[in-house]
Every structure is written in structure tokens, then in C-alpha cells.
Write a protein that binds this ligand. Structure first.
Ligand code: CUA
Length: 351
């Protein structure tokens, strides 16, 4: 009877411990993206490895803690008097079999985890060769990712496109990324699509992914890189092949002719300090310190994913970038309200 009571107590403890980690299905998209909801082959490999490791660790934990609880409850001292030497349980110091067992058992467990990790590492690292996989005859999309304090540049060398803070790829297509930095160490990370890869000044790192579902995938900088590290987010937008082609065509087009207030904004842009840091294809602005703005109007966010790309937010940003995002590289240009309004019109027309 006592034994059954003890075993049910033990079972109850484990149910409590393991249910503490469970949460109901997540509906809220504002929650941080999770590596446990992978959307790429390498993401699935990493998520599986995490689950395997957790199960192994869980089994070890239950065995060790159960033995501990059994020892504590079965062999607890019931009296008030201290134990005499003759009442002590048999002492097992220097027990060869026990010592060997608890040395070999963890070594085997660690060897299994090591083996699983190596297999997963290879699957994540090796870019599948198209000729060998037969999965896709499409050419891979190659993208150069450059981290800056505090935003991301995405360049498609073969397509002649340069964009910032969000980029598009076609679904079910291999995307290769070469990742660099222009200033300090950043770390590129899209939790649902793959592993973290550092962007290091003077060094190029490589990785790849293949998105299995169209949609938007949030990424962030995963290496403390300065005051605005937390505001260095970006989006990967996974399109159908047709939508991706449309996006490419739109991005390759030069900036359109401007009229009215937008034309006034363009003039301010080209005559002021803006052009020293920003590029707009088809104009004389070819600065490289800040994001390419040729199609800024087509992007969903500004300021490194900090704000939605609305007229109101753009005006706020232009009026004092340092107040919105202290420590970023864009100075306060002392623009008047009229100048800001014209510039906002111009930006919005750069679709
Ligand atoms: Cu870039 Cu943190």
C-alpha cells in the first residue's frame, strides 16, 4: 500500500515537472519566432536534434532524480537520536562495478549525443548539390548579406538588386547567403529558417536555406553589436516563383519620374546631404554608407525594422533620427517641416 502511494507520488512529480514546459498552441504572431517551428530542411534538422537531446536529457534526469527520491524517502532517518555506527547502511566506497558503471554510462550517453550532433551539423552545413538531389532544377538564388550598425543590406549580385531590412526569395528554392559586416561583428539569424551565422569584418561566412512555405519570416541580429543591437531586425519574404519574378522586375526598374511635391523632395534629396550616404538608381545619389533607397516605398518597415513604413513614421524619422534610434549613423539634418513633407512624398513614390 505504502509502496503504491510512493510510486503514485513519484509519477505525479514527473507529470508536474514535464507539463510545466508545455504551452497551448501559439496563435499570436507577435511572439518571437521559434526554432521549434522550423520552415526549412536545416531548421527541421536542428529542431529534431533539440527534441532528441531533450528526450535523452529527460530520461537521464528522471532516472537520476527517481533514485535520489527513493534514497531520500526509503532511507530517511525516522528517530530523533543520531544513528550509531552499527545502524549505518553498508558502505560502498571503492566499489569497482558501481564506479565503472557511472563512468561508462554517461560516456555512452554523450557519445550518442555527439553522433546525433555531427549528423545534424553535416545536414545543416552541406549545400545540397543540385545534380545529386534531383529536388530542383532551378538555379540557386545567391545573396550577399552585409551587417551595418544597425541595419542589414541584402544584395543579389546576379540580379543587380540591393535592398535593406527585408528581402524576397522564391519558395522551395535553394538560397545561398554570404555574410559579412562593414563595421563590428553582427550575427544573422532567422530562427525558423536556419542557424545563426556571424557577420565578421574582413571575413565572409557562408550558409544556405530553402524555405518550404511562402510567408514572412522574422530575423534579427544575434550578436551584441552596439547601442541599437535590439533594433536590427529584418524579414525574409518567401514568395511563389511568379511573385518573386514580379518583385525582381520591380526592384530592377530605376526610380520613376517624380512630379509635384515628390519632385521637390527629390531635389532636396539630391542637393542635400542625403545622397552622400544613400543610393537611388537612375539618379546621381550613390552613397554607400546607408541603405539603398531606390525602392524604399516598397518596403514594409524602416529604421532597421523598428517602425512600419508609413508617411507619419517616415516624417518622425527624418525630423530627428537620433531621438527615435539613439546611436544610429544617420545624423539630424535639421530639416524644416516643408522639406520633410516633400521628402516623405518622394520616399513613398520610390516603389
Ligand atoms: Cu548587429 Cu547586434
Amino acid at each position: 500500500m505504502k509502496r503504491i502511494r510512493f510510486l503514485s507520488l513519484l509519477a505525479f512529480v514527473w507529470i508536474l515537472v514535464f507539463s510545466a514546459g508545455c504551452a497551448a498552441g501559439r496563435e499570436d504572431m507577435s511572439m518571437p519566432p521559434s526554432t521549434m517551428e522550423p520552415a526549412s530542411p536545416s531548421g527541421i534538422v536542428m529542431s529534431d536534434l533539440m527534441i532528441q537531446s531533450f528526450i535523452i536529457a529527460g530520461v537521464v534526469f528522471v532516472i537520476v532524480e527517481s533514485l535520489l527520491l527513493v534514497a531520500v524517502f526509503r532511507h530517511r532517518h525516522r528517530g530523533v537520536e543520531p544513528l550509531k555506527a552499527s545502524e549505518l547502511p553498508p558502505q560502498t566506497e571503492g566499489h569497482n562495478l558501481l564506479e565503472s558503471a557511472w563512468t561508462i554510462a554517461p560516456a555512452i550517453v554523450l557519445a550518442i549525443v555527439f553522433y546525433l550532433s555531427i549528423i545534424a551539423y553535416q545536414a545543416v552545413e552541406d549545400v545540397p548539390l543540385f545534380a545529386n538531389t534531383g529536388q530542383s532544377q532551378d538555379e540557386p538564388v545567391n545573396i550577399r548579406v552585409v551587417g551595418y550598425q544597425f541595419w542589414w543590406e541584402f544584395e543579389y549580385p546576379e540580379l543587380g538588386i540591393s535592398t535593406a531590412n527585408e528581402y524576397h526569395v522564391p519558395v522551395n528554392t535553394i538560397v545561398t547567403l554570404s555574410i559579412e559586416s562593414r563595421d563590428v561583428i553582427h550575427s544573422y539569424w532567422v530562427p525558423r529558417l536556419g542557424r545563426k551565422v556571424d557577420g565578421i569584418p574582413g571575413h565572409v561566412n557562408h550558409t544556405w536555406f530553402k524555405a518550404l512555405e511562402p510567408g514572412e519570416y522574422v530575423g534579427e541580429c544575434a550578436e551584441l553589436c552596439g547601442e541599437q543591437h535590439a533594433h536590427m531586425r529584418f524579414k525574409v519574404i518567401v514568395d511563389s516563383p511568379e511573385d518573386f519574378q514580379k518583385w525582381v522586375a520591380a526592384q530592377q526598374a530605376p526610380a520613376p519620374e517624380m512630379t509635384g511635391a515628390a519632385a521637390a523632395g527629390e531635389e532636396i534629396f539630391l542637393q542635400g546631404a542625403c545622397r552622400a550616404c544613400h543610393t537611388i538608381n537612375g539618379t546621381e545619389a550613390n552613397g554607400r554608407a546607408g541603405p539603398d533607397l531606390t525602392h524604399i516605398g516598397s518596403r514594409s518597415t524602416i529604421a532597421g525594422g523598428m517602425m512600419d513604413n508609413t508617411a507619419e513614421n517616415m516624417a518622425k524619422w527624418l525630423s530627428d533620427p537620433q531621438r527615435i534610434k539613439p546611436g544610429n549613423k544617420m545624423p539630424n539634418l535639421g530639416l524644416t517641416d516643408d522639406q520633410i513633407n516633400s521628402l516623405v512624398k518622394f520616399m513613398q513614390n520610390l516603389k
